[in-house]
Design a protein around this ligand. Structure first.
Ligand SMILES: Nc1ncnc2c1ncn2[C@@H]1O[C@H](COP(=O)(O)OP(=O)(O)OP(=O)(O)O)[C@@H](O)[C@H]1O
Ligand SMILES: [Mg+2]
Length: 586
């Protein structure tokens, strides 16, 4: 991963989003300023009412009524403007978070499979869902509340000083005290927030892993144990959340309490000052109003320090994901001309982890339209080798060429059209059979889907399903048999009509009838294409023009079935030892 994003630097990633909404943000800012001015003027209004019309020798009822009216109007006005401003900012926050989330997803889709090997699904999910979510408060709260807090505090101080300098200065003593207490609590809270975040992420990771491995858990009767593990994670999450609530509660009541002390002190000292005639009753009343409002902004500002901290952490994580460059870099260029379908490996080596080669100096040329089988023990590197052709990964050394052009020079789009791959584990998505075969591409007609299914022999089982082609598959197609899933993935490949077809045969054994159907399907889909098959079945291997034997990441033998049997080498050993699935007896 390149370059660490440091602290505030991370916030820079948010600038473009802020800039995009500068109109709304400016309006919100204007509203905030107006509201603050109106609200801070309120105690002053009451002071005026008291000193001019109430606490005087000849109280003026009409004027008092008039002043109350003005006060009421300011309250309603402030209420309306605040509401408007909140709506604007909430909206901006949500829109922006949606944009960031979409951008993240778009970016994730471009990353090489290596990234997904190294980062757990849970971590990625937390990144896309939670980290972005925590940015909402930055947009909807941080900016307005910080401005509001600072501005109110400044205005209140000015009003207080204007009312009475001595009393004001006494009141200001409270500022550092409140600030210190507040900061102390916020630091504690920050630690707890981080804990909550990490524990939530761990619980989500655990859940994601368990959902995808439910069958295994049930087979090995690990439900109770997994439940205990999940419970532990839940418990630690709960503990942290309780801590957070307790801290927040304590902070709020402490500031409340301080406010009450402030009022008590004011009544005591200020009351005596009024009695001595040092200040008017109106001034005392205004001070009581202001001291109550004094705490709010300080509290708000320190609270926003936490929002800022969370935002920095979240943006850092998001920026880190966004900075992962797609390893498989798109090579700009025009679509290749008529593709013949020749595949060549030139001194190809691959290491997923540095220093641990999985493939070593593979040299091999596969003629257009030929059928090549790849055999070898489990872990020999067969899937790894053929994944290079579709550029799921890039070779560490050497090059893979299609029609003489390095796959890295191919436009990805053209490459993905040229190379079709049926993987060992068939991936289906929740949706209908039709959706799954054409992979949600509506430009492919349903008729073409049916045709493909018919050709690979999938139609009989599809028609047996309750809704036929419209049958909705569950997530990952877990309601279908392995053979049925394979047939669907063959049909999927056929629909896309690739020039080069890679089949990574499933090792799970199929019953003899499905086996025969699959065999026939392989035969049919390979017509007129370059076929590369990782074969586990003798019946498949026999059909191949050439068989390549891999062992520990190297090609050890190549030839036809008969030739290889003759050689009495690795192939014959694999054949004899029964690691190749025999055809059905008889
Ligand atoms: N994404 C990956 N990250 C790290 N190592 C990997 C990855 N994929 C495969 N390997 C390792 O590379 C080696 C070759 O794996 P590969 O999947 O190519 O074997 P294979 O010949 O297809 O085996 P099988 O017949 O069991 O499918 C194995 O040792 C495996 O552990
Ligand atoms: Mg494999």
């Amino acid at each position: 991963m390149s370059g660490e994003v440091r602290q505030f630097g991370a916030l820079r990633t948010l600038l473009p989003y802020l800039a995009a909404h500068r109109g709304r943000l400016s309006l919100a800012f204007l509203l905030v300023v107006t509201v603050v001015v109106i609200e801070t003027a309120q105690p002053y209004l009451i002071k005026e009412a008291i000193d001019r019309y109430i606490a005087v020798a000849h109280p003026d009822g009409a004027a008092v009524l008039w002043m109350s009216g003005v006060y009421l109007i300011t309250v309603l006005f402030a209420f309306g403007l605040t509401y408007w401003q909140e709506i604007i900012l909430q909206h901006t926050g949500l829109v922006t978070v949606r944009e960031i989330r979409t951008n993240l997803f778009i970016h994730l889709q471009q990353l090489s499979l290596r990234y997904f090997d190294q980062n757990s699904a849970g971590r990625i999910i937390t990144n896309v869902v939670n980290d972005t979510e925590s940015l909402t408060s930055f947009f909807s709260q941080f900016l307005s509340i910080t401005v509001r807090g600072i501005l109110s505090l400044a205005l209140i101080m000015i009003f207080m000083l204007r009312l009475n300098v001595t009393v004001a200065l006494y009141c200001f003593i409270l500022i550092p005290i409140i600030a210190l207490i507040s900061v102390y609590f916020r630091i504690k809270l920050r630690v707890i927030y981080n804990q909550i975040r990490n524990r939530l992420s761990s619980a989500i990771s655990f859940l994601a892993e368990n959902l995808s491995g439910m069958a295994v858990i049930q087979i090995f009767h690990q439900e109770a144990k997994q439940q205990r593990k999940f419970d532990e994670r839940n418990l630690s999450l709960r503990t942290a959340t309780i801590d957070e609530n307790r801290m927040t509660l304590l902070l709020n009541s402490t500031t409340e309490l301080l406010g009450d002390f402030g009022v008590a002190a004011l009544v005591w000292f200020g009351g005596r000052a009024v009695l001595h005639g040092a200040i008017t009753f109106g001034v005392l009343f205004a001070f009581i109003g202001y001291i109550r409002r004094f705490f709010q902004p300080i509290n708000m500002i320190t609270q926003q320090l936490n929002v800022l901290q969370t935002t920095i952490i979240a943006t850092e994580r998001i920026a880190r994901t966004m900075q992962v460059t797609p390893e498989i870099e798109e090579h700009a260029g025009s679509t290749a001309p008529k593709i013949r379908g020749q595949v060549r490996f030139e001194a190809v080596s691959l290491a997923y982890l540095p220093g641990q080669p999985v493939l070593t100096t593979i040299n091999l040329t596969i003629q257009p339209g030929s059928k090549t089988g790849f055999v070898g023990a489990s872990g020999a590197g067969k899937s790894s080798l053929l994944n290079l052709v579709a550029r799921f990964y890039d070779a560490t050394e050497g090059a893979v060429l299609i029609d003489g052009t390095d796959v890295r020079q191919w436009p990805l789009e053209a490459l993905r059209h040229t190379v079709g791959i049926v993987q060992q584990d068939v991936t289906l998505f929740s949706g209908t059979i039709i959706d799954n075969v054409r992979f949600f591409r509506t430009d492919i007609s349903e008729e073409r889907v049916r045709e493909a299914c018919r050709l690979v022999g999938a139609e009989p089982f599809i028609l047996r399903l309750a809704n036929g082609y419209e049958a909705v598959l569950s997530e990952r197609g877990s309601t279908l048999s392995a053979g049925e899933r394979q047939l669907l993935s063959f049909a999927r490949v056929l629909v896309f009509d690739p020039r080069i077809l890679i089949l990574d045969e499933a090792t799970a054994s199929l019953d003899s009838r499905t086996e025969a159907v699959v065999q026939e399907a392989i035969h049919r889909v390979s017509q007129g294409r370059t076929l590369l098959v990782i074969a586990h079945r003798l019946s498949t291997v026999r059909e191949m023009d050439t068989i390549v034997v891999l062992d520990k990441g190297r090609i050890v033998e190549a030839g036809t079935h008969a030739e290889l049997i003759q050689q009495q080498g690795h192939y014959q050993y694999l054949h004899r030892s029964g690691s190749m699935l025999e055809e059905d007896e008889g």
